[in-house]
Design a binder for this molecule. Structure first.
Ligand SMILES: [Zn+2]
Length: 261
């Protein structure tokens, strides 16, 4: 049971045309040398390669600051807007030089309205890319899904310093330290649903990839409540990736909808 609340009605943007590119791994999707510091940093991405021009010129870019209204005036709505159906998968990790990515075997998906998007991978950012009411979190997890049309949907979950996260530790213990290395651990299964907050309140809008080529028409759902990782767990990731978060982008004329559980 969900109720929807419109936070900002500044214009309408549809999640529409299919993407033509495959972006299961940011570093494999492109050849230009992009990164997070110096001349390869996010403010230069649009100049690094012609296929990156949306990073500079796009009007529906991610991440954004998500503003949650203080006063709830939600109207009742009985439809299940977002259904999450994740299954366990054998642990398959890649250090692609930009993040740690966990590849997912087929069979896990989300349904958003009538559209089904299959989970293909998830990965981590430090610090968080999105903000809520101006606040950053220590990390952000992105579950990347693909529709049969090629459209992408990404589910974001914040991590904040707190209790030790035993499920996260399964990934951390197998995390390849060197770029380009991968690790398949066939006898360890992980389940993406263990990385979701108990409360499913989320914010949804139309955005982009947060890495080059910054393709748009990406459906974003960002969970409002964080999960935890211990300070030591956050430190372990940040030692490999001191910063891999794109700065906040302009909202422009976009609609952000808060969906209450
Ligand atoms: Zn990401």
């Amino acid at each position: 049971m969900y109720r929807r609340q419109l936070l900002k009605l500044l214009g309408v943007s549809a999640v529409g045309t299919p993407l033509s590119i495959c972006v299961t791994s940011p570093v494999l999707a492109t050849t230009a040398n992009w990164g997070y510091i110096g001349k390869a940093s996010p403010e230069h991405w649009g100049d690094l390669a012609p296929e990156f021009q949306l990073c500079q010129l796009g009007r529906q870019q991610t991440p954004i600051n998500l503003q949650i209204a203080g006063v709830k005036t939600a109207q009742s709505n009985s439809e299940d807007l977002l259904v999450i159906n994740y299954q366990p998968t054998p642990l398959h990790l890649i250090n692609n030089g930009k993040t740690i990515q966990v590849n997912y075997q087929p069979g896990s998906y989300i349904k958003y309205g009538n559209d089904t998007f299959e989970l293909i991978q998830f990965h981590f950012h430090h610090l968080s890319e999105h903000r809520i009411n101006g606040k950053s979190y220590d990390m952000e997890l992105h579950f990347v899904h693909r529709h049969k049309t090629g459209n992408l949907a990404v589910l974001g979950v914040f991590l904040q310093a707190g209790a030790f996260n035993p499920k996260l530790q399964l990934i951390w213990d197998a995390m390849p330290q060197q770029p380009g290395r991968e690790n398949r651990v066939k006898d360890i299964y992980i389940d993406a649903c263990h990385f979701l907050p108990a409360q499913r309140r989320f914010l949804t809008y139309s955005g982009s990839l947060t890495t080059p080529p910054c393709s748009e028409n990406v459906l974003w759902c960002v969970m409002a409540m964080p999960i935890t990782a211990s300070p030591e767990q956050i430190a372990k990731f940040s030692q490999i990736f001191p910063t891999n978060a794109r700065p906040i982008q302009p909202l422009n004329h976009r609609l952000v909808t808060e969906v209450l559980e």
